[in-house]
Write a protein of this length. Structure first.
Length: 201
C-alpha cells in the first residue's frame, strides 16, 4: 500500500466514487418514511441514516486528528433527526469528508483503536462502508440502485484486507454462496451477507 500523504492516494478516488454512488440513493430516501425497514436487522431508515452520519463524521475527524475509534457496531447509533434532516446532514458531511482527506495536512498513518493503519487502507474501508450502506438505503427505498461493476470490483480487491472472520456477525453477516456467473456487485454483497431484497407488500 502507498505511504503517500492521504490527499494523493488512489484510494481517495475510491472513497469519492462510493460517496457519489450513495448520494444518488439518498435522493430517493427523501420520499420514504423514516420507519421503513432496511437490510440491517432491526434498523429503520432513520437508524441507518444516523449510523451513516456517525461513520462520515468519524472519517472526517480521522483526517483532522490522525486517529479514530473503531466504527460502531450495528445497533449502537440512534438519533432524533428525521429523514430530511439526516440526508441534508449527510450531504454536508460528505463534502467536508472529501475536503479533509484532500487537505495537505492529512496524515499518512492513522491510529485505529490500538493499532496503526495506513491512510489508503482506512480510505478503502470507508469506501466499503459507505457503498454498502448506499445499497441498504436503496433497498429501504424500494429502488433499483445496484453497485456499479467497476466500484464493486475495486472494493472486492480490497476485501481480503478489510473483512475477516472477526468482523462477523457484528459488522458483516455470514457470507452467502454465489453462482459461477455472479456479477461483481452480487459477489460483493454476498461476501458481507447481503443478497435478499426487502419483501414489498
Amino acid at each position: 500500500m502507498s505511504t503517500a500523504p492521504a490527499g494523493t492516494l488512489p484510494e481517495l478516488a475510491l472513497l469519492e466514487r462510493a460517496i457519489g454512488y450513495t448520494r444518488v440513493a439518498l435522493v430517493a430516501a427523501l420520499d420514504v418514511p423514516g420507519d421503513a425497514p432496511t437490510p440491517c436487522a432491526g434498523w429503520t431508515l432513520e437508524d441507518l441514516l444516523t449510523h451513516m452520519n456517525a461513520s462520515l463524521l468519524t472519517l472526517d475527524q480521522a483526517a483532522q486528528v490522525g486517529g479514530i475509534a473503531l466504527f460502531d457496531p450495528p445497533g449502537c447509533s440512534r438519533g432524533g433527526l428525521g429523514v430530511h434532516e439526516q440526508v441534508q446532514l449527510l450531504s454536508a458531511r460528505a463534502c467536508a469528508l472529501l475536503d479533509s482527506w484532500t487537505g495537505r495536512e492529512a496524515p499518512e498513518m492513522f491510529r485505529v483503536g490500538g493499532s496503526e493503519l495506513q491512510a489508503g487502507l482506512l480510505a478503502s474501508a470507508g469506501a466499503l462502508e459507505i457503498t454498502l450502506h448506499g445499497w441498504d438505503v436503496g433497498q429501504a427505498c424500494g429502488s433499483n440502485h445496484p453497485v456499479p461493476a467497476a466500484l464493486a470490483e475495486d472494493l472486492l480487491s480490497y476485501a481480503p484486507l478489510l473483512i475477516s472472520d472477526a468482523d462477523r456477525p457484528h459488522r458483516f453477516g455470514p457470507a452467502l454462496p454465489t453462482g459461477a456467473d455472479a456479477t461483481a456487485d452480487v459477489e460483493l454483497l454476498a461476501l458481507v451477507g447481503r443478497g435478499e431484497r426487502i419483501p414489498r407488500a
